[in-house]
Design a protein around this ligand. Structure first.
Ligand code: 5CU
Length: 381
């Protein structure tokens, strides 16, 4: 039996979800160009949708890798990945109104569950070289009350291939320090469901010098900087508002190795210790009780999607060791640009190499990050 290689950060837009985006005209949407043979375009980031960009060039080309599970299985085969925990990609169902969000969430979560069941049945019956799938479910965050959202957390626990929940940083619309989210945190804690916290909204264009500057460099500024800072801000707001004090058993997997949280944890902790607003320092606002380090060592898991040794070392150090770090690919994002789809993806081999270089010669540690940790933490077969 080969060592498991588990990809915990790998997305799908289910075919039904893509059709729903095709029917929309504002972000997020899919644009099918009139010209024959031209690629459809996926427009999900607000900076993608500027009127100054011709519609046929907005966003990015969207091919079958975004929705066809057989293409993902082929990608897994080519990279030696034995198991994937698939999740709906951003922006999930955040943009739908309450009724639609509930209907679509149920439909998409059921589709993901059915896909995993079908592929795994085939794997069991055909033994060699066949891949297995699990999933993170989505939540209808625009539903009228957090209690309704929490219901889906409980329902997901009854679906055999679900291993947690994926969620963005907007929460119910006011960010993750919103006390109205408490029923959801309580439900995640009670059911011991892992929350995969993933960015989508980035930073306002102004942070990069305005829309013209953002667009000049394509997706580099929003994805390389906007996404990681969004995650860092979201989880820091959770910490500051005492979410980890009220729900000390919450389990959160942070995308992209926690954004910049591992690197900035000491600075965050120091700013808290020197903040006069906080009760502990004579102020009126209840500050966090548990330290950033304690939360990182007990509540937080980090993916290893950071493409470099410096980021991985910071993640391992902040998480108190390599046991809380899990391999991921971010497929189908970051495909090779040279269209040689059948080879190894640069984005994936960069991550493989960074993990090996950071942890070698400790082969057990490499094996743990590539798969063993995921098997243990997510209870995979
Ligand atoms: O390339 C991108 O925009 C993305 C994205 O939207 N989501 C993600 O997980 N990775 C990259």
């Amino acid at each position: 039996m080969p060592d498991p290689i588990v990809d915990i950060h790998t997305h799908v837009y289910t075919p039904a979800y893509l059709d729903m985006l095709r029917a929309r005209k504002k972000v997020p949407y899919v644009h099918d160009p009139a010209a024959e043979g031209a690629d459809s375009r996926l427009i999900i980031l607000s900076s993608d949708d500027s009127p100054s960009i011709p519609q046929d060039q907005r966003g990015r080309p969207v091919d079958s890798s975004y929705s066809d599970i057989n293409v993902k299985l082929d990608f897994m085969r080519r990279h030696g990945i034995t198991t994937s925990v698939i999740s709906l990609a951003n922006p999930w169902l955040d943009f739908l109104d309450a009724d639609e969000a509930q209907t679509w969430t149920e439909r998409i979560n059921n589709d993901l569950e059915e896909t995993c069941a079908r592929i795994n049945k085939f794997a069991e019956e055909n033994e060699t070289g066949v891949k297995t799938l699990y999933a993170f479910g989505a939540l209808p965050l625009s539903a009228p009350t957090a209690a309704v959202v929490a219901n889906e957390v409980s329902r997901l626990k009854t679906l055999p291939h679900m291993r947690g929940i994926i969620m963005g940083t907007s929460g119910l619309g006011k960010g993750l320090d919103d006390f109205a989210l408490d029923p959801i945190w309580a439900s995640l804690e009670e059911t011991q469901s892992l929350l995969f916290l993933h960015p989508h909204y980035g930073l306002p264009d102004e942070a990069f010098g305005g829309p013209e500057v953002t667009q000049r460099y394509g997706h580099v500024l929003p994805l390389a900087l906007g996404f990681p800072l969004e995650t860092t801000i979201a989880v820091t707001r959770m910490l500051l508002s005492g979410v980890f004090d009220r729900f000390p058993k919450l389990k959160i997997l942070l995308a992209h190795s926690g954004g910049t949280l591992p690197f900035l944890a000491g600075r965050i902790e120091s700013c808290i210790a020197h903040e006069r607003h906080f009760v502990a320092n004579g102020g009126k606002t209840q500050g966090p009780v548990r330290s950033v380090w304690e939360v990182l060592n007990t509540n937080i898991y980090l993916d290893a999607v950071v493409y470099g040794e410096a980021g991985l070392k910071a993640a391992i150090h902040a998480a108190g060791g390599h046991d809380r770090l899990l391999f991921g690919t971010d497929h189908p994002f970051f495909p090779p640009l040279d269209e040689k789809e059948d080879g190894q993806w640069l984005s994936v081999s960069t991550n493989f190499k960074a993990i090996e270089k950071t942890l070698s010669p400790n082969k057990d540690a490499v094996r743990a990050v590539l798969g063993g940790n995921a098997v243990r933490i997510l209870n995979l077969k």
